[in-house]
Design a protein around this ligand. Structure first.
Ligand code: DGJ
Length: 696
């Protein structure tokens, strides 16, 4: 039977973690498992019966094939391969016991083939009848540790003040197992100062003076051979002396049968390993990330090729066996969302982190250029910060439900070099009509090496049928090296939201009228953080920080939405533009309308660091805006729940706050904070934090 992923997924995970841990833990004395030739040289379950424990060479096979059907030679206990089929053991990933030491109650964790409890005093297992467990002693104290997870959450310690006999005091376990060789892994999650532990299995010291560091997980694995039906284990510290700071601890024990790695065993693994289809049937999206699926397919093919060879060294079979299991276990499922998880990693339907920072979401009717199908979709544009600040361009994502997003690509690409504009088809067709001087300007404004492209916002123009993309276009100028010297608003157009958008130009915008106090007369018409708003009558506005971010402006756009309604020199204050809150230093504007009332959400100006939000209300876009204070409720640090506004959009009767939690050290790993907005009867808005929420 082909088993499919679920059959041994968890067991595989354990195996992978264990082997990785062995490599990292290392250091112990004795016959260590899991590493290269040492592992293959050790005796295995099914080998001829030998005296217990110790370093044993891999004996002659007791029987042909990996099934190890015959034991022969056991005087005291049946052999593992007589008791179980290879399939049975393989399905359990050879795990006989997985003891979560000190776990008093059932933790719901995985258990081995022979056990049903996480831990127990020595006796018959309630589910399997196998005799196993620890030898109870007064000095043993079971401790639960909040800092640990799963197997490191519980451990045995030595009770404070207990009398300690260096030879006798320790943790003793017995495990009923058929004859054979077992790989035993001990896990130590030590909350105390560094100390050492020693282990004896089947009367042989298999681990000596293993150093266990404070709050570091240390694992040590070794092989031991059992002939009498019971694997005996003792973990202690003979060097403890009178110093209680040297008491041993023990977090977990894994007992795993060791198979012989052969072509036959590899074939059986292949048979059990279903190649899962990389599609979620009802969604028609990928189930696993492309990278992990490719890695798995590669290992599967390599295993198929090796399984055809009958005479490869056992180590080669072992490595390939492990590689296939690891690759299977490493198949990374793409998360399908059914809620918003503010501040958590948000991946698209291919498993990649969504790159749409400083963005905007809206409902659009779009025609997919690939299929020609027209449908309504949620459309998210934002900054791709894969390469840091904003070197990659402007991205778009689409969605049917606002939770799960599909990458639609870079809709406006940045330019790597001036030559690229004359050489690469993408740019030559996009800028075919541009003069060399215009292309020079495109390069200056979209130069991937120096231009700053932030806070893109997209609007559809009903009259022209064009999509118009505005953004904060910045970068050095002829007179300044500063990366935020240009302080302009850039604009690009396309007849589809899929792009490619054709960059038109970047502009300085309106200026402070002579009868008002310009907060930054040194540089006029600046435009940085920006947003767009289209009113019910089709008039579009650009809202932006000006006067060195000291004053917000709202300026009317022309009928095409591609420039100001009136050039700055002819603009009439109050008709074509307004200045808001001079000197108040607001940025990150998000303007929306609700029940005929206009709202403007803003942040303060503290670079990438979050600060306190403030919102304003007005009866019209160019009207009187009233300061309504901070809408965040319970935001004790006054940081807008560690975010900065970028857009507020409507879903049915509801409104969603969209903010960025910037990670200035690693901008591509900035997170999104989307929260529901509440309104009281008077229309006052409030935002409360929640870790997870769904649309009503
Ligand atoms: C805050 C702005 O809102 C962001 O878009 C970005 O420009 C940072 N400042 C840069 O410090």
């Amino acid at each position: 039977m082909r088993s499919g992923k679920s059959t041994y997924g968890l067991a595989m995970l354990m195996a992978a973690a264990m082997l990785a841990g062995c490599a990292a833990g290392g250091g112990g004395a004795g016959n260590q498992a899991g590493g290269g030739t040492e592992a293959s040289g050790a005796a295995r379950a099914g080998d001829e019966a030998k005296a217990s424990g110790g370093d044993q060479p891999g004996g002659e096979e007791a029987s042909g094939g990996s099934g190890r059907e015959s034991s022969r030679g056991s005087e005291t206990a049946p052999y593992l391969w007589d008791v179980h089929t290879t399939q049975e053991l393989m399905a359990a990933d050879y795990l006989m016991y997985r003891v979560n030491c000190g776990a008093a109650e059932d933790t719901g964790g995985e258990t081995g083939l022979y056990q049903t409890a996480d831990d127990q005093p020595y006796g018959a297992d309630a589910g399997t009848g196998k005799q196993w467990g620890y030898r109870p002693a007064d000095y043993m104290e079971a401790v639960e540790d909040d800092t640990g997870e799963d197997l490191t959450r519980y451990r045995w310690e030595i009770a404070e003040g207990a009398e300690y006999d260096p030879e006798q005091t320790g943790f003793y376990y017995d495990f009923e197992v058929p004859g054979g060789t077992y790989e035993v892994t001990l896990g130590f999650y030590n909350p105390f100062s560094a100390r050492t532990v020693t282990a004896v299995a089947e009367d042989q010291t298999v681990m000596e003076d293993q150093k266990i560091l404070k709050y570091k997980l240390t694992e040590n694995a070794f092989y031991t051979t059992v002939t009498d039906g019971s694997l005996q284990l003792k973990v202690y510290n003979p060097d403890r002396g009178k110093d209680a700071m040297k008491d041993p601890v023990l977090s977990y024990i894994l007992v795993r049968a060791v198979p012989e790695y052969t072509a036959d065993l590899l074939k059986q693994l292949l048979e059990q390993t279903e190649i899962p289809e990389n599609v979620i049937p009802d969604r028609q999206t990928m189930r696993y990330t492309a990278g992990s699926y490719e890695a798995f397919s590669e290992q599967y093919q390599a295993a198929e090729a090796l399984a055809q060879k009958e005479d490869a060294p056992e180590e080669e079979y072992r490595k390939q066996y492990m590689a296939l299991k690891d690759a299977y276990d490493g198949l990374e499922e793409i998360k399908v969302y059914d809620s918003f998880l503010p501040g958590k990693k948000w991946t698209d339907d291919e498993g990649n982190l969504i790159q749409a920072h400083g963005g905007q979401v809206q409902r659009l009717t779009v025609t997919d250029p690939a299929t020609g199908q027209t449908s309504e979709k949620w459309w998210w544009v934002g900054e791709d910060k894969t390469n840091g600040s904003s070197r990659s361009g402007i991205c778009a994502y689409s969605s049917d439900d606002l939770y799960n997003w599909h990458y639609e690509g870079i809709v406006m690409r940045n330019v790597e070099s001036r030559a690229q504009l004359d050489e690469e088809e993408y740019f030559t067709s996009l800028y075919a009509d541009y003069t060399p001087e215009q292309k020079d300007n495109v390069f200056t404004c979209l130069d991937a090496g120096s231009a700053i492209i932030e806070r893109p916002k997209l609007i559809y123009n009903e009259k022209t049928g064009m999509y118009v993309l505005w953004f904060h276009a910045d970068g050095p100028t002829e007179t300044s090296d500063s990366s935020y010297a240009a302080a302009s608003a850039g604009v690009a157009v396309c007849d589809t939201p899929y792009g490619p958008f054709q960059f038109i130009d970047r502009y300085r915008l309106n200026t402070c009228p002579p009868d008002q106090e310009d907060k930054y007369p040194e540089s006029r018409g600046m435009a940085r953080d920006m947003n767009l708003f289209v009113d019910a009558d089709g008039t579009a506005y650009i809202i932006y920080s000006s006067e060195e971010n000291l004053t917000l402006y709202i300026s009317k756009l022309n009928d095409e939405y591609t420039y100001l309604a009136v050039p700055p020199e002819q603009a009439v204050y109050g008709r074509d533009y307004i200045r808001l809150f001079p000197g108040a230093q607001r940025e990150a504007p998000a303007l929306f309308v609700r029940d005929g009332g206009y709202y403007l959400m803003t942040s303060g100006c503290t670079g990438w660091a979050p600060n306190q939000a403030r919102y304003y209300r007005a009866d019209s876009v160019l009207g009187e805006w009233e300061n309504c204070g901070d809408p965040c409720v319970g935001d004790d640090n006054h940081t807008t729940f560690e975010s900065q506004s970028t857009c507020i959009f409507q879903v049915g009767d509801d409104y969603i706050y969209m903010g960025d939690r910037w990670n200035s050290e690693d901008l591509k790993n900035s997170r999104y904070i989307w929260l529901p907005i509440e309104f009281d009867e008077a229309g006052n808005m409030s935002i409360s934090y929640t870790d997870e929420w769904k649309l009503p």
